[in-house]
Design a protein around this ligand. Structure first.
Ligand code: GAL
Length: 416
């Protein structure tokens, strides 16, 4: 027979349990373009399905410079969000301030150590404790191209070297279209710059110059050649590029106004959101001279120390969700990246993502797996900012000689 009083107690317990578990997560990110917003929307849905409230803290600005400025003021005023998109060495700097939460119990319960490549897990840990949850792996050294534009211009094969690239760009110029869709913001200038350094100098040179910041490499003839090539690319961009957002540059390729864009595979999120298919409407190829290397950019959320137990619970659920298979698949299908969690089924992913997953493994074997400096993976934020400024000054001012450009970059790299 149904015992009503027992049932009432059970119902009360369930309700109380749910209420006690539901909390708010405030999440700082800069994912505001079409593809990015769709992707982060999937995380919001997952958190809401667990009964939590999602408080969106979006700060527009590709590459995240604006978001980092806003984050600093929030943390300084003692009011951090639950989670913030922070990457690479930046995670260590925040952890050293003592403001990040320890995620070890979630990480142990969810077995993160066995589900992450060690290189990635190490970046998520501070003094051996997890303080951040990784989302994905973006490849940065991609070149995107519009098939129809290449056809119209008579470009028969996708350029694999810089000389081939310039020959193709000349053909595009001749038919009155824009060879290179570029957004003139310093992180976008640098995204192109690191492709050029890698393509001109190879993986070891890239690592010496841009990761180790070795002065000899930074002042070498190879660096001079890189700057010459970089400047030449600018002559194939349109006059309206300064200040343009990266997704508007991608839209120029999608809309057949421009042939190429140098950008990480978040650009693919824009093609996907526009219903475009790789191999049919557009091409993804390694930037010229870089097919044996892979510059990576791992998005991750660092979690801040919170006082309220319900907020802490929501935060732990967020960390678990980020590394869960459901999120890793749906988010990355929209974002253009590949899952960071090992052993994921790639069946639903397109050919560019499959190529990225294969190259991630293959390039690691030949020392070609390299952190992207443009995307906060390689050097401390202070030096990174100074080098980016020097590179953009060179890009924006044709009066700066290559010799001076080299000197300025080497000096910026020495910033402490
Ligand atoms: C990168 C970030 C990517 C993408 C891009 C443009 O730094 O890692 O996820 O969002 O900025 O906003």
């Amino acid at each position: 027979m149904l015992n009503l009083s027992k049932l009432a107690t059970a119902v009360a317990l369930v309700v109380a349990g749910t209420a006690a578990l539901a909390g708010e997560v405030e999440v700082l990110h800069w994912w505001t373009s079409g593809g990015e917003a769709k992707s982060v929307g999937e995380l919001k849905k997952i958190m809401q399905s667990k009964g939590h409230t999602w408080k969106d803290f979006a700060v527009a600005g590709g590459g995240g410079d604006n978001a980092m400025t806003v984050l600093k003021s929030r943390v300084v005023s003692g009011n951090p969000p639950a989670a913030a998109q922070i990457k690479g060495p930046g995670i260590q700097e925040w952890a050293a301030e003592g403001v990040l939460a320890n995620l070890d119990s979630v990480a142990a319960a969810e077995k993160w150590d066995s589900l992450l490549p060690k290189v990635v897990a190490d970046v998520m840990k501070y003094k051996g404790n997890y303080v951040a949850a990784p989302v994905n792996v973006h490849r940065v050294n991609w070149m995107w191209a519009n098939e129809a534009v290449l056809k119209k211009a008579g470009v028969k094969a996708v350029p694999k070297t810089w000389p081939e690239f310039f020959a193709a760009a000349d053909k595009v110029k001749k038919i009155g279209l824009i060879p290179v869709a570029h957004g003139g913001q310093n992180w976008q200038d640098f995204t192109t710059f690191e492709d050029v350094v890698l393509g001109v100098g190879g993986a070891k040179f890239y690592s010496d110059a841009l990761v180790k910041l070795d002065q000899k490499a930074l002042t070498s003839d190879t660096m001079k050649k890189s700057l010459e090539t970089f400047r030449k690319i600018k002559s194939y961009t349109d006059p309206a590029s300064p200040g343009r957002d990266w997704n508007l540059a991608t839209a120029m390729v999608i809309q057949e106004k421009a042939a190429f864009q140098f950008m990480g595979d978040w650009a693919k999120g824009e093609f996907t959101a526009a219903g475009k298919v790789p191999g049919k409407d557009y091409i993804c190829a390694a930037a010229p001279g870089t097919d044996k290397a892979y510059t990576f950019n791992v998005d991750s959320f660092a979690m801040f120390k919170l006082k309220d137990p319900t907020a802490q619970k929501a935060q732990a659920d967020l960390a678990a969700a980020i590394m869960g298979t459901e999120f890793q698949e749906i988010f990355n299908l929209n974002k253009g990246s590949i899952p960071v969690r090992l052993g994921m089924d790639m069946a639903k992913f397109d050919d560019c993502a499959k190529a990225s997953a294969k190259d991630f493994v293959d390039t690691a074997k030949i020392n070609g797996l390299l952190p992207s400096i443009a995307h906060g993976m390689a050097v401390r934020p202070a030096a990174e900012g100074a080098i980016k400024d020097a590179v953009s000054q060179f890009w924006n001012d044709d009066k700066i000689s290559v010799a001076d450009g080299v000197k300025n970059i080497a000096k910026a790299a020495a910033t402490k």
